[in-house]
Ligand binder design. Sequence first.
Ligand code: PMP
Ligand code: GLN
Length: 385
Amino acid sequence: MSYKNISLTSKLPNVGTTIFTVMSALAAEKNAVNLGQGFPDFDCDPELVNAVTRAMQSGFNQYPPMAGVPALREVVASKISVLYAHDYSAMTEITITAGATQAILTAILAVVHAGDEVIVLEPCYDSYVPNIELAGGMPVRVPLTPGTFRPDFDRIAAALTPKTRAIIINSPHNPSGTVWTALEMQQLETLLTSTNVLLISDEVYEHMVFDGHSHQSAASYPGLAERAFVVSSFGKTFHVTGWKVGYVAAPAFLSHEFRKVHQFNVFTVNTPMQHALAHYMCNPAPYSTLSNFYQAKRDLFRAGLAQTRFKLLPCEGSYFQSVDTSEVSPLSEADFCKWLTTEVGVAAIPTSAFYGDGFDHHVIRFCFAKKNETLEKASTRLSTL
Ligand code: PMP
Ligand code: GLN
C-alpha cells in the first residue's frame, strides 16, 4: 500500500473493520433492534457508578501501581480461591488489564516468538489470530466439532508440534454458548502434561453458565493452572463493557513476563474504576446471581423464537444464542444477517466471521444481554420467519 510517495507494508493485511462494528452501524442505520454486537442495553448497578464517583472525589485520580490497585487484586485472588480452589498471589500473580482484549494481546506478545505456533479452536473470537500474527507467530486453526462446537481432542492432539507455544481456549464460548465440561478440561490437562505448551484461557463469560452447571476454570486444574493465563473481564460481569477493565491470573513466572510487556503497553489501567470494582466485588451477590439473571433472558428469548423456523442450538452459557437459519433462507450467513437487519429489523452476527476461511454452515448469533422489552420486540419481528 502507498500514499503519495510513502509506501507501507501492512502488518495485518487481511484485517478489515470488525463484524461487530459493521453490524452495529447497519443496525443504527436501519433502526433495527441490535442483537448483534455483544453488549447490554441496560445500565449497570447505580452502586457501582456511585463507587466510581466516590473514588474520583476521594482523589484516586493518579497512576495506580503498574499491576493494578492492590485491593482489587486481593478481591480477585480471593474470588478465584473461593470459586476455583486455586490460590494466586495478589502481589505477583494477578494483573489488572484494559479489558480481556489487552490481556490476551499482552499474554501473546509476552510469550510468542517469531515462528512459534499457537493453536486456536474455530470459531474463535476475532482478536486472537491478528494478535498471534502481530507477535510473529503462526496461527494453527483447529475446528471445534461442526454442529456441536465441542472440542475434538484427536484434532487438537494432531495439531501439536514441537513448535507449538500455546493454545487458546474459550469457555463459555463466544459465539456458540458451549461450556466445557470437567471431563473436557481433564482431557486438555492430560494432553498438555509433559508438553511445553502454554494455555491462554479466555473466561470472560465465567459468571454466565446455565441449568445448574458450573464454570470450569483452568485455574481449577493443576496441570492447566501451572501453564495458564486465565483471562476475565469486569465489563461482561458487571454490565460495563465500555469501561474496558479485566484481569489476568497466571503463575509468577508467566505474570513476570506478562508485566514486562504490560508496563510498556498500557503501563496501568484507570484508577477510579479499579477502586470502585474493589469495593463493589466485596459483595459476591452481583456475580453469583448473574447466571440466573441471564438464564431468564435466554429462556425468554428462546421462547420468543420457538414458533419460528429457526433451529435453536443449545446455549449452555455466555449471553449468545445461536440459531440454524437453513429452513428460513438459503442465503449465506453474512447475507442473511444483512437481510435480517435491513428487512426484518433485527441485527445478528454471522458465525462465519469467527472462521479464518469464512466457513458457513447457516448459523447466526443473537446477543440476549438486553432488556426484556428489547428481546420481546425482537421476537415479535422475528416471529414471521
Ligand atoms: N474474549 C471474548 C470471547 C469476548 O467475547 C470478548 C468481548 N468482546 C473479549 C474477549 C474482550 O473483552 P473486553 O471487552 O474485556 O476486552
Ligand atoms: N465481544 C463482543 C462480541 O462478541 C464484541 C466486542 C467488539 O465489538 N470488539 O460481540
